[in-house]
Design a protein around this ligand. Structure first.
Ligand code: GAR
Length: 222
């Protein structure tokens, strides 16, 4: 049996991406063990999903700390103590202190609802519509201290159709996110994908462009 890879997940909201990861694990498609699900919001749906799945949870309130750095250092220390080898940000809506995340460089990924480098930050669906873009999408990237700025591993694309509004676009993108994140995590869990701080490598070869999510999973960009 393959060794299981211990992961932690941070989420601030409803947790549908976390649910997709748990479902992929339950189908036997993702050889991971959930060491911890953490949140900055005690009311986050993600925590309820984790509890229901028997995963240890952690809710930390940033208001109980003198500043962002103190919160982040405590949070990341607790994540390390969980024994997680990799940290997944799945709708974690906070900027993270550079010192807190430094030990996780190359071991921390984030899913972001845009075709990075377009639309870092918030309101990505609205901004794609306002720009008149023909396509939109989601990206999974390694996390660095630069907000939504780390190297992109893989993307899922969808066409923007006339009449799309922000909510419709978000709703159409979500099922793609739910395939994209487990697919990338699968590459990491099987040690096929790595980033040494310089080059993203897949199967020992530099990744020249982000992978694309197709009908049959991740594939090299056309
Ligand atoms: C997802 O759309 C994710 O891409 C986005 O938050 C949503 C979380 O949904 N993340 C960001 O905007 C991070 N900058 P979920 O809680 O249902 O997984």
């Amino acid at each position: 049996m393959a060794t299981t890879f211990r992961i932690a997940v941070l989420a601030s909201g409803r947790g549908s991406n976390l649910a997709a990861l748990i479902a992929a694990r339950d189908r036997g498609e993702l050889p991971v063990e959930f060491a911890l699900v953490g949140s900055d919001k005690a009311s986050a749906g993600a925590l309820r999903l984790a509890e229901a799945a028997g995963i240890p949870t952690l809710a930390l309130d940033p208001r109980g700390y003198p500043d962002r750095r103190a919160f982040d250092l405590d949070l990341f220390e607790r994540i390390a103590a969980s024994g997680a080898e990799l940290l997944v940000l799945a709708g974690f809506m906070r900027i993270i202190d550079a010192d807190a995340l430094a030990p996780w460089i190359g071991r921390m990924i984030n899913i972001h609802p845009s075709l990075l480098p377009k639309y870092r930050g918030l309101h990505t669906h609205r901004r794609a519509l306002e720009a008149g873009d023909a396509e939109h999408g989601a990206s999974v990237h390694f996390v660095t201290a630069e907000l939504d700025g780390g190297p992109v591993i893989a993307q899922a694309r969808l066409a923007i159709t006339p009449g799309d509004d922000e909510a419709q676009l978000a709703q159409r993108l979500l099922p793609l996110e739910h395939r994209l994140l487990p697919a990338v995590l699968g590459l990491l869990a099987s040690h096929r994908l790595r980033w040494d701080g310089h080059t993203v490598q897949l199967d020992g070869q530099p990744l020249a462009a982000p992978l694309e999510l197709g009908a049959h999973g991740l594939q090299p960009a056309a």
